[in-house]
Design a binder for this molecule. Structure first.
Ligand code: BG6
Length: 485
């Protein structure tokens, strides 16, 4: 029952930073998986571009090794690998210098019937430089696309500067800002659940929804990425982008059409309706050591760091639909499980005719992003058997992989997003003004934390975060859901 695959138009995709980690772990394997389901036309080319001096044969060898490591062995049929490697080419390019640009231009040549896309899998400091070089070398045609990924700035000012750099050479319709959370199957399903069913939308407002909890919990720490992470913290790394996107899709008004700008206009309105955050609406945490596992401070090698590895937020959206319904968000490293979900908790019925049962929590719709993508509707029913009218709660549970069959493998976020770049569909990409509005909301609180000089609260690895996170919801009479799979 998994939908059939429609091949995309032939394309030339240039991956800057092709020898790097993201290209090896995500981009090349995702492209391979799309080729394996026959979505990639025969004449497509994937051209690696990086500073390393390497031949095409050497880069193909590197690509084969990446596939070996990051693609399920069952998919790696020799004829498919061979076919994929035939699409691969390589050019040595010095992004900031002169070398290689003419060779790249020559290689791309003139193939007007092929979509041209540039994936900048490089340090963000190079985005503007590469955009400029592409224009100067005459490689960026009016229809070509440029793909960039977070961090898209570290505050409003830097995000504005980056947008300005990109828009000097590319129109907004050519710029694809990836937030890989938008490529996750369940995130798109959130739109389908809301806008393709008559069931939920009439209840989707403050009259019927008590509160919303958005959780993105990870069980890994920051080891290996400490240098980057310590400059960001959970707020910049997860909230400003992934979590705010989830919030927007949960809270936005139905767009008039499923069209990139209609959808993005509605998301932007949500961000602009958010009340400014007060320090009392936020809790910051840092994981401590546990046995032989290092603390956050040891992982980032800075005993004085005040960067948060956990953050919990109470947000309010001041508009007609949501006034009075808090949206709680929390995310953190080294928590008890890897779990991402959106829980929409409904209010109690206005009048109860049954004896009160203490532990009943009422209706909730839980949209699970990972693991086991799916949805659960928590229902109240009668406890079976004689002995009076006793109520209990049961989950109506649907895991998409079970319900939809197929080989059980949902496409990875990057597979969908890269194919959308080729198709020219920007629905699942962030527009420049959205990114700026999100920074405009997070900047003041990041500044307020810095000014306060307060340290994040310590929490135990394997827990649900610092104790104050419980107080944040508890003070409103709410309880976080368990972080467990
Ligand atoms: C990235 C963050 O954007 O998302 C990481 O930089 C985080 O810190 C990752 O681990 C989580 O993504 P996923 O898809 O594993 O939930």
């Amino acid at each position: 029952m998994v939908s059939s695959v429609i091949p995309v138009q032939p394309f030339d995709l240039v991956i800057f930073g092709a020898t790097g980690d993201l290209a090896h772990r995500k981009i090349l394997p995702s492209l391979f998986r799309r080729l394996a389901v026959h979505q990639i036309p025969d004449t497509a080319r994937i051209i690696g571009a990086a500073r390393s001096k390497m031949t095409r044969a050497e880069f193909r060898k590197q690509t084969a090794a990446a596939l070996e490591e990051f693609v399920a062995p069952a998919l790696l049929k020799p004829e498919l690998v061979e076919q994929f490697l035939n699409t691969i080419d390589y050019v040595t390019v010095d992004a900031a210098g002169h070398d290689g640009w003419a060779t790249l231009a020559k290689k791309l040549g003139d193939r007007p019937d092929h979509i041209r896309a540039f994936y900048l899998s490089v340090a963000p400091g190079l985005f503007g430089v590469i955009a400029e070089k592409l224009a100067a070398a005459g490689i960026a045609t009016p229809s070509s696309r440029i793909v960039v990924e977070k961090p898209l700035g570290k505050d409003l000012a830097s995000a504005r500067a980056l947008n300005a750099q990109l828009s000097r050479h590319f129109e907004e319709e050519q710029i694809y800002r990836i937030d890989h959370y938008l490529g996750k199957e369940t995130v798109q399903n959130l739109m389908a659940i809301r806008f393709a069913n008559a069931l939920f939308e009439p209840l989707w407002n403050a009259r019927f929804i008590d509160h919303v909890q958005i959780t993105v919990a990870e069980n890994i720490g920051v080891a290996g990425r400490g240098e980057y992470y310590d400059q960001s913290g959970a707020m910049r790394d997860m909230v400003q982008n992934h979590m705010m996107q989830l919030l927007c899709l949960t809270a936005m008004e139905p767009p008039a059409h499923f069209d990139p700008n209609f959808v993005r206009d509605e998301k932007l309105k949500v961000i602009r309706s958010l009340d400014p955050l007060k320090p009392s609406d936020t809790v910051r945490g840092q994981y401590r050591a546990n046995g032989s596992a290092l603390s956050y401070l040891a992982d980032v090698k800075d005993p004085a760091s005040r960067t948060e590895s956990f953050v919990a937020i109470r947000a309010h959206i001041s508009n007609w639909r949501w006034s009075g319904t808090p949206f709680y968000m929390r995310t953190g490293k080294k928590l008890s499980a890897r779990l991402s979900e959106i829980a929409v908790v409904f209010r109690d019925p206005p009048h109860s005719i049954f004896p009160k049962v203490e532990d009943l929590r009422g209706n909730a719709l839980i949209i699970r992003l990972q693991p086991n993508e799916g949805i659960t509707l928590r229902m109240t029913i009668k406890d079976p058997g004689p002995g009076g009218m006793r109520l209990t709660e049961v989950p109506l549970d649907m895991t998409f992989a079970d319900a939809l069959g197929g080989d059980g493998g949902m496409p990875e976020a990057y597979e969908r997003l890269i194919m959308d770049v080729i198709r020219g569909d920007q629905t699942l990409f962030m527009r420049g003004d959205e990114v700026e509005a999100a920074w405009a909301w997070t900047d003041p609180i990041i500044q307020a934390w810095a000014d306060s000089g307060n340290k994040p609260q310590q929490y135990d690895p394997g827990s649900a975060g610092p104790i104050d996170a419980y107080k944040l919801t508890g003070s409103d009479g709410h309880l976080w859901r368990e972080i467990a799979t």
